[in-house]
Design a binder for this molecule. Structure first.
Ligand code: GTP
Ligand code: MG
Length: 288
């Protein structure tokens, strides 16, 4: 763990901000939940005793966006469903997969009572993340990627959230240092994006994209303001949260390459820069 483990991201003074129209409210009717409501029973290794599928004793809810992950999704989900670090509800938001992902998710949802699957019609990472968060039912929500699912980060993040004053624990690939097992070129791309966050938004932290543990009563109002629905939704959420005065704290994550990235790096970086510029246009340099 890095010596910067306890580094808080400076929160600016609370500023008024504009609420953008809630696209989620309008789109809610399009959400399909791959679950049966009102079920009572016992999921594998998990007691269910509430209305709907789930366990009200769960400590947190993990929201995981998934797209075309047939190669890793079962292995990854079983890891958190069979040996969770604490009782957790898992909500997978899948949209537009063209491989066998949907079938695998249906099978796992039938096996594990604490797994919910939400489906949206078209591939859209930002929208999936946003809808998954808005559909969440617990006070503490984790977000993580299918190819990361760093349960050690989940535990450390939850412990930090339990301490006074932290609203979002942000996992940082930059602070990960040697625990970032990705190729050099990808690590350099991450550093480039960190630099852009500083230049474009004067963001004091190092990462906005990775896993997070969040206090929903604080974060939920900010989600309603994030209207761009781009791949950088998590970045918009963190920057808006930090500007709204929420306390954001960064800790390192462990990261290793699980699979080849589905998009060429050059294309991704181009898209990330384009999206960051659009976000900058929407937010201004520091919302002053
Ligand atoms: N629902 C949904 N999930 C998506 C979409 N695109 C990516 N994902 C998921 O979002 C998570 C992150 O995607 P990655 O492709 O790993 O993105 P990344 O971490 O920026 O890139 P890598 O460095 O290649 O890992 C994974 O769980 C993906 O399955 C999408 O269009 N819809
Ligand atoms: Mg990834």
């Amino acid at each position: 763990m890095s010596h910067r483990d306890d580094l808080p991201v400076q929160a600016n003074a609370m500023r008024p901000f504009r609420a953008s129209p809630s696209l989620s409210e309008r789109r809610r009717s399009r959400i399909f939940c791959g679950e049966q409501g009102g079920r009572t029973g016992t999921g594998r290794g998990f007691s269910v005793h509430s209305e709907g599928k789930g366990d009200m004793t769960a400590r947190a809810e993990a929201v995981i966006p998934v797209f075309n992950e047939e190669g890793i999704i079962e292995l990854q989900l079983r890891k958190v469903l069979e040996e969770p670090p604490f009782p957790v509800l898992v909500t997978v938001v899948e949209n537009g997969s063209t491989d066998g992902t949907a079938g695998i998710l249906d099978r796992l949802a039938a096996e594990f009572a604490n797994l919910h699957v939400i489906r949206l019609p078209e591939p859209n990472y930002g929208l999936a993340m946003r809808e998954g968060l808005l559909a969440s039912r617990l006070g503490i929500v984790l977000i993580d990627d299918a190819d990361v699912l760093d349960t050690d980060f989940w535990s450390r993040g939850l412990a930090l959230l339990d301490r006074d004053g932290v609203d979002i624990v942000q996992g940082s690939k930059v602070l990960a240092g040697r625990q970032d097992g990705r190729p050099l070129v990808r690590r350099l791309a991450t550093l480039g994006l960190t630099l852009l966050l500083k230049i474009l938004f004067r963001y004091p932290g190092t990462d906005t994209h990775g896993p997070k543990v969040m206090r929903m009563e604080k974060v939920r109002p900010v989600i309603g303001m994030c209207g761009l629905e781009l791949d950088i939704f998590p970045t918009e959420l963190v920057i808006r949260s930090q500007r709204a005065g929420l306390v954001v704290k960064e800790i390192p994550i462990h990261i290793r390459e699980m699979r080849r990235t589905p998009f060429p790096l050059r294309k991704r970086v181009r898209r990330a820069i384009r999206d960051l510029l659009r976000l900058r246009k929407a937010l201004g340099p520091d919302d002053a």
